[in-house]
Design a protein around this ligand. Sequence first.
Ligand code: ZN
Length: 290
Amino acid sequence: MLVTLKENLEKADKENYAVGAFNSPTLESVRAVTEAAEELQVPVILSHAEVHNEVIPLEIIGPILVDFATKASVPVTVHLDHGSSLENVKKAIDLGFSSVMIDASHLSYDKNVSTVQEVVAYASKYGVSVEAELGVMTSSGIGGEETAGHEPGGKSPDYLTDPLIAKDFVEKTGIDALAASFGTVHGIYTKKPALDFNRLQAIYENIQKPVVMHGGSGLSEGEYRRVIGLGVRKINYYSYAARAAAHVVEEYLNKEKNVFYHDLTVAAKEAIKNDVKKAMVIFSSPKMKI
Ligand SMILES: [Zn+2]
């Protein structure tokens, strides 16, 4: 069934677990993620990252995501990831998305606030949830291109979310969930991420709302459990599942002769399903509050 992000994350917040958000720019990934969630009977978020419009346009994949969500036996949120403008948010809402992210984090603080306020005012008319970002999520340079225009690496601490500003941001905008930067990066990790757990804890305590962790694939089970214990309720998980599918396809091509393309889609779907299932098991089991 299709549910809003607010509904999905409020339950997670009450019961201290996280819901996985999986970008699904191919039919293989939509099917893999939905089947995995249904087999495990866990809630899930099907995301379309605006940057993946180059892979498949929102207008094509959007109705497919909504259709899968509506028919699913578990709660599914259909979410726009890193929406760049009110115009694109409107397109997603028109297609039936139950949640949108507006990413204005690269703008000045005041402009970020006013942009998000505008999106919240619009989305709330349709009962659609809003996620916004404070601080800057960078990319490792290998995949993870969701935030076009952001420099890879993130060497300056300025890119991390300030817990006091986070409180002001959430109060002023009325968002349902905050994408916070505390050490994860988009894409494949080239070095071990240094997560700032104290910062995360302070952010969650200050905002009293679900925290979203971007760049959420590629962490250890212990790291997942710890961030969930500290208030992360939505984990964006993509790059490692996409790589897992590519590896399986590569092996398949090296091993088999007379390969047909449809065989590769079946192998890719199974690889994504196996990978996201492992993540879902970790995310969905209730955690001890830390
Ligand atoms: Zn992101």
